[in-house]
Every structure is written in C-alpha cells, then in structure tokens.
Design a protein around this ligand. Structure first.
Ligand code: AMP
Ligand code: ZN
Length: 111
C-alpha cells in the first residue's frame, strides 16, 4: 500500500521515534507547528476518522489511553490533540493520526 505512515511504521522511512509498542507508534512531526509536535498513529492502517468502526475502534481508545504517557515522554502536561479528517479539513496523509501539540507558541485559536 502506498501509505507514508505505513512505510514509517514498517521502518522503510526513518522517523524520530517517541514511543512504540505492538499497536501504536508516536514520532515527531517533520514540519513542527509548535514547540512540541508529535504524531500518534495506529499500526493498523485506518485511512481517517470516517473509517473508524466497531472492529478497529479499540486501537483509537488505546491511543487515548496512552497519550498521557506519551505526553510525559514529550515532557509536557498541557497539550492539544488534533485530528484532521479528509482533504477538506487539511488531512494530507491518509493514515489516521493524532497531532499532539504543546509549547509556549501554541495559539489559543489554533482550532
Ligand atoms: P495532516 O495534515 O493532519 O494529514 O498531518 C500530516 C502531518 O504529517 C503533517 O503535519 C506533516 O508535517 C507530517 N509529516 C509528513 N511527512 C512526514 C514524515 N516523513 N515524518 C514525520 N511527519 C511527517
Ligand atoms: Zn497506512
């Protein structure tokens, strides 16, 4: 499958890894929009939030369960989680991912 994040998960494209286990991967965004900007992705390919189903939603819950631990690894306790779903909402990589953003330059009106 021609999916950038699947290639990162497979190790075919390098990333700056923050956290990894058998279900999810977190890595630094290559074009940070804030002092701290990481992406959390399920290892299972889910294209976008519209593709979350009864069968695959457990990994989404798992991501949110792990985010506090990932935030600690990133050294932050206050952060914003963003998901863009669909090109019209700014999604450029069609593999479900959650942006974790934090830092002094995080504008109040980012969303
Ligand atoms: P979105 O626009 O919500 O689909 O977010 C995609 C994000 O992936 C953007 O913030 C990009 O900067 C980031 N991105 C694209 N390519 C890479 C890469 N090779 N490594 C890390 N982040 C990437
Ligand atoms: Zn993928």
């Amino acid at each position: 499958m021609d999916c950038l994040f699947c290639k990162i998960i497979a190790g075919d494209i390098p990333c700056t890894k923050v956290y990894e286990d058998d279900k999810i991967l977190c890595f630094k965004d290559i074009n940070p929009q804030a002092e701290v900007h990481a992406l959390v992705v399920p290892k299972l390919h889910i294209a976008c939030a519209n593709e979350i189903t009864d069968e695959n939603s457990a990994v989404v819950a798992y991501i949110f369960k792990k985010i506090p631990e990932i935030a600690k690894l990133l050294g932050v306790s206050d952060y914003r989680i963003i998901n863009n779903c669909g090109e019209g909402a700014g999604q450029t990589v069609m593999h479900l991912h959650f942006h974790i953003l934090s830092g002094a330059n995080l504008g109040e009106r980012l969303v």
